[in-house]
Design a protein around this ligand. Structure first.
Ligand SMILES: O=C(O)CCC(=O)C(=O)O
Ligand SMILES: [Fe+2]
Length: 287
């Protein structure tokens, strides 16, 4: 690709890390985004839904609000950033290499011992989770792009919480259920299922060294029971270089299987006002 095609082309710095040739500006100062139509001209990246049907980049927000996930084929980082900036803003992460962008490679598990937040940088499995689950407003979108697939393992794990949201929002004591199912980390507590007024509900979940769920009263049991059932039945997605996914981080949990050999992923976090699920889509999950 030519440099003129993207204003935020990424180059490798002297330390081997990706960095934008023009710094990606923090959300507040970023200029209005370009329309997504030109993306097809600059890259062979394709977007598909869970059945393999193509997705128009111009309706990404709608697609994510309806189905919660979009899969990437033949993706590359500059095009992905361009795409995300047409409908969202990059979101800071403490381990990022540049705003919202983190390179994730496998190291020995020993190097992450004592650093609970760094398990992603090992070759270990990552159980299903919400990214940045313990902050007040977790990113709306979590995107993973495969740069190098490992010799073995490393498949993505995905789980849609929409059917669970559908069932739980019919609970007679929903407000109390929301209050009593919480995630607890070393220094924080956050609701697993959080009412957001007209915007619906937001899920967050982890069951790892960063945070675990806890019941404050038995009213929250149905919430955690939904998650317990879901943990054992994730969708397993094998990804080659250029493959990836974008999930609504308040609706879909993601994770990975353990792997051996070299593997390199790029994680991009972003925020937007995309609803967790549209009312119409929620109804379809009720059958
Ligand atoms: O390595 C992966 O496939 C997922 C990484 C991840 O979920 C994370 O870093 O939060
Ligand atoms: Fe993650």
């Amino acid at each position: 690709m030519q440099d003129s095609r993207s204003p935020r082309r990424l180059r490798r710095g002297s330390n081997g890390r990706f960095r934008p040739s023009q710094e990606v500006k923090p959300a507040a100062s970023r200029p209005v985004c370009r329309r997504p139509e030109h993306l097809a001209e600059i890259s062979s990246m394709r977007l598909i839904d869970g059945t393999g049907a193509p997705i128009d980049p111009a309706i990404m927000s709608d697609t994510l609000a309806t189905s919660g996930v979009v899969f990437i084929r033949d993706g590359d980082l500059p095009t992905l950033i361009e795409l995300l900036l047409t409908f969202s803003e990059l979101y800071h992460h403490p381990h990022e290499d540049s705003v919202g962008i983190t390179r994730i490679e496998g190291a020995s598990s020993a190097s992450t011992i004592g650093h609970p937040g760094r398990q992603a940088f090992s070759r270990d499995a990552l159980p299903l989770h919400t990214d940045r689950a313990m902050v007040a407003a977790p990113p709306t979108l979590a995107t993973l792009l495969t740069v190098q697939a490992p010799a073995q393992g490393g498949e993505a794990l995905l789980a849609d919480l929409a059917p669970a949201i559908h069932r739980l929002t019919r609970l007679p004591d929903l407000a109390e259920a929301c209050r009593s199912a919480v995630l607890v980390s070393a220094d924080r507590q956050a609701p697993v299922l959080e009412p957001l007024g007209p915007a619906g509900y937001r899920f967050r979940y982890r069951n790892d060294a960063i945070a675990r769920s806890r019941l404050l009263s038995s009213c929250g049991w149905p919430v955690l029971e939904e998650l317990r059932k879901l943990r054992n039945t994730p969708r397993v997605v094998r990804m080659s270089a250029g493959d990836g996914y974008i999930v609504h981080n308040h609706r879909y949990l993601h994770g990975r299987r353990s792997f051996s050999g070299d593997r390199q992923m790029i994680r991009l976090l972003a925020s937007s006002d995309i609803p967790v699920i549209t009312a119409q889509a929620l109804r379809t999950h009720g059958g």
